[in-house]
Design a protein around this ligand. Structure first.
Ligand code: ADP
Ligand code: PAZ
Ligand code: K
Length: 252
């Protein structure tokens, strides 16, 4: 069994994998104040009672630099081995030559690695987290780039903060297309806005690259995927599968 962690701007997502199968997942709030020992205790508590064997190794990707060290150390407490942190120069099988990698989010690389492993290229991954990211890889395993949009709930938060008559709104499945009060209008706008972006950008990508596998993942993907009118693969565990593949490739 190995542990995989994906540190995003909202959650620290933890998973256990046996071979290529994700057998356990948890999403934890990112807590900047915890040190490595405290993260280790958090992970131990989450895994207690699951019946899983002791982990043989751990791999992590992070887009929150302040959490990378403590979470990596926390995982080390459980494995007794160094945690593989996915960095720009980590061999992943994905070529990054076409992108200015100086500030590239490694979650996007991991998503592409997973999509290529599962479906081959070209593949377009929409990761609907704090931000909505599009990350595209071609059939030769090259990262082509993508897009970064405000995330589905970030848009709602911004509306509530900036417009006097707009309240805080939580996400829920829409009923019909049109909202019939303020809250449902905001909700539908957030969800169908993402739907429209995904459908239209995917169509344009197909014009440029030919038939492409579109993959959806991230915390908000469970609400958006059922609304799409184009074929997509919904892979809620995509990032974990990519992390597992990268650890397998780099195991000493
Ligand atoms: N299973 C789920 N169903 C619905 N919403 C979810 C689920 N998991 C996470 N979310 C929501 O998705 C958002 C964050 O998604 P996530 O992909 O974890 O973001 P990040 O990677 O940026 O930390 C959170 O606001 C959370 O409420
Ligand atoms: C775009 C992101 C903020 C998405 O992160 P998330 O929504 O998963 O928290 C992250 O991938 C990031 O910080 N990227 C750096 C910019 C880039 O990828 O070019
Ligand atoms: K993420």
């Amino acid at each position: 069994m190995i542990l995989a962690a994906d540190i995003g701007n909202t959650t620290v997502a933890l998973a256990a994998l046996e071979g290529r199968k994700v057998v356990f997942t948890r999403r934890l709030p990112g807590a900047p104040a915890l040190d490595g020992g405290a993260w280790g205790a958090v992970f131990e508590k989450q895994l207690a009672g699951t019946g899983l064997p002791a982990p043989e190794g751990a791999v992590l990707s992070s887009v929150v630099p302040a959490l990378t060290g403590p979470v990596g150390e926390g995982l080390e407490r459980l494995t007794g081995r160094p945690t593989l942190v996915v960095e720009k120069d980590t061999p992943t099988g994905l070529s990054l030559e076409q992108y200015d990698v100086s500030n590239l989010g490694m979650d996007r690389v991991v998503d592409c690695v997973a999509a290529l492993t599962l479906y081959g290229g070209p593949a377009a991954v929409f990761d609907l987290g704090t931000a909505t990211t599009l990350s595209v890889a071609d059939k030769d395993g090259r990262f082509l780039g993508g897009m970064i949009l405000a995330g589905v709930s970030l848009g709602l938060e911004a509306l509530a903060a900036r417009a006097a008559q707009l309240p805080p709104v939580t996400l829920a499945p829409p009923e019909g297309v049109l909202g019939t009060d303020t809250i449902s209008c905001m909700r539908h706008g957030a969800l169908y806005g993402a739907v429209g972006a995904i459908e239209s950008v995917s169509r344009r990508l197909e014009e440029e690259l030919g038939p492409i596998t579109v993959v959806l993942t991230g915390g908000h993907s469970s609400l958006v995927a059922p609304l799409l009118q184009i074929p997509v693969r919904w892979e809620p565990d995509l990032t974990f599968l990519g992390l597992g593949a990268i650890l397998e490739r780099n195991r000493i």
